[in-house]
Design a protein around this ligand. Structure first.
Ligand code: 9WN
Length: 437
């Protein structure tokens, strides 16, 4: 029954060569959505899983960046804000012919490709993996070279949208330092608040800052030289870098299948984990926190981003223990029998908001990453509790974009791609326990 709902949601969101996150709110192709969606499609429509990933990577820039949005040119102007006319990707020498945004999202794609292959290791899947491998390597190279603004082995994000957790309290301080005036939003039409309550979404002032950061990057033709000297938002994010580390682990598994050497991937994975622990783990609070490169300081909000390094198989034992303790604390409430869903932000914080975007509600993709991390580190008891809570959310409310962190009520888009896809993965996993490590 649930499985049928998830498949119907993915089928309804399928659009010629990709799956839209939501027909209403997000009608184009999004980067990390496509990776999560491919993981789910592999269980039911394996051929589409590869089309999803390959479609996204066709829009990869010559410098290796994978854009966070690939615009569907068949849609009318105004179908999403900011649309292709605002991003003006054609101004960048490295951009493809298809209109895209100019920023990236967490690199969860190599993991998605590896999991899709493991699910159905057919000749077609092998051929797709061969085609994707050099592109996945180029994606990693872009992040490791052009985005290592801190110079110590981590990639930085240049916009809250790159983190995937756009409106997280983690970004409040660095965002507040971006000069902007909410009145500029009078010149634009926000598409999101035509489809979702304004009280659940970022404010106009947040949007004015989002737009100002894009304009700064765009006006420099999306170049990455001298970001430290001129860019208004530069942050090292634990989730983003944990994804980059896991991507190297996945590439190390893929490499022998495509005639490549896994050694360099293993070395890069180890370097990322080491840098993450050195730069983003705070021994005082015993959790991972983002670092603001403009001030050099760790950002204090305790968000679910800090739990993400658990997905790294080589995370040292003291950090594994610390992250599990943070997840089990009253802040996040992880348990073998969970009373409430995993929130996106510390539920004991005075500014916890159960309805607003990434400031409290529960999301399936972040919970999926945490669950995978728990399995990786031998915490099957806690993973089972989290998994049951996730399935319970969809059983109670459907394939919503996100869920109320107390009641589990469905919020945001009612037919959301990654919720459906990751539910399929969870349901399959409960029949066939994770074997690939
Ligand atoms: C901006 C598509 C995307 C997700 C992000 C989520 C939201 C966009 C927005 O939707 O971001 O990229 O308009 O709010 O925060 O994680 O990829 O589902």
């Amino acid at each position: 029954m649930l499985r049928r709902l998830a498949v119907a949601t993915l089928d309804a969101n399928w659009e010629h060569d990709h799956t839209v996150p939501s027909r209403t709110l997000y009608p184009h192709q999004w980067s990390w959505d496509s990776a999560f969606i491919a993981i789910g499609l592999a269980h039911v429509r394996p051929e589409r899983a590869w089309r999803e990933l390959e479609g996204l990577f066709r829009a990869q820039w010559a410098d290796g960046r994978v854009p966070h949005i690939v615009f569907n040119p068949r849609l009318p102007v105004g179908a999403y804000f900011p649309g292709p006319e605002f991003w003006a990707s054609a101004r960048a020498a490295d951009a493809p012919a298809a209109p895209t945004s100019g920023i990236v999202q967490p690199p969860v794609h190599a993991l998605a490709a590896w999991l899709a292959y493991l699910r159905v290791p057919s000749a077609a899947a092998h051929a797709a993996l061969r085609r994707l491998y050099p592109r996945l390597v180029a994606q990693q190279r872009y992040l490791a070279t052009r985005r290592d603004v801190g110079g110590d082995g981590l990639a930085c994000v240049v916009h809250p949208w790159e983190s995937g957790l756009d409106n997280s309290p983690a970004w409040d301080a660095p965002l507040a330092a971006v000069p902007a005036d909410a009145a500029v939003m009078r010149a634009y039409r926000r598409h999101d608040i035509a489809h979702a309550p304004a009280a659940h979404r970022p404010t106009d002032l947040d949007y004015a800052r989002y737009v100002a950061i894009v304009a700064s990057y765009r006006d420099a033709a999306y170049r990455d030289d001298d970001l430290a000297g001129r860019h208004p938002f530069l942050v090292e994010c634990p989730l983003f870098n944990a994804a980059a580390g896991v991507a190297e682990h996945a590439l190390a598994r893929i490499a022998p299948l495509v005639g490549a050497d896994p050694g360099p991937h293993r070395e890069r994975a180890a370097r990322i984990t080491d840098a993450l622990v050195r730069r983003l783990y705070d021994p005082a609070t015993r959790t991972f926190q983002p670092r603001d490169l403009r001030t050099g300081r760790l950002l204090p909000a305790r968000t679910v981003l800090g739990l993400a390094p658990l997905i790294l198989p080589d995370l040292p034992a003291p950090q594994v223990e610390a992250v599990v303790a943070e997840a089990r604390s009253a802040r996040f409430g992880l348990a073998a029998r969970m009373e409430r869903p995993l929130p996106s932000y510390d539920r004991t914080a005075p500014d916890f908001e159960p309805l607003r975007y990434w400031r409290g509600p529960s999301w399936m993709n972040v919970a999926w990453l945490v669950r995978r991390g728990l399995l990786t580190h031998g915490r099957a008891d806690l993973a089972a509790g989290l998994g049951r809570s996730m399935v319970g959310l969809v059983a109670g409310a459907g394939c919503h974009e996100y869920f109320h962190p107390d009641t589990g009520a469905g919020l945001g888009s009612p037919a959301f791609g990654w919720t459906a896809a990751l539910l399929l993965d969870l349901l399959a996993d409960r029949r066939d326990p994770d074997a690939e490590g």
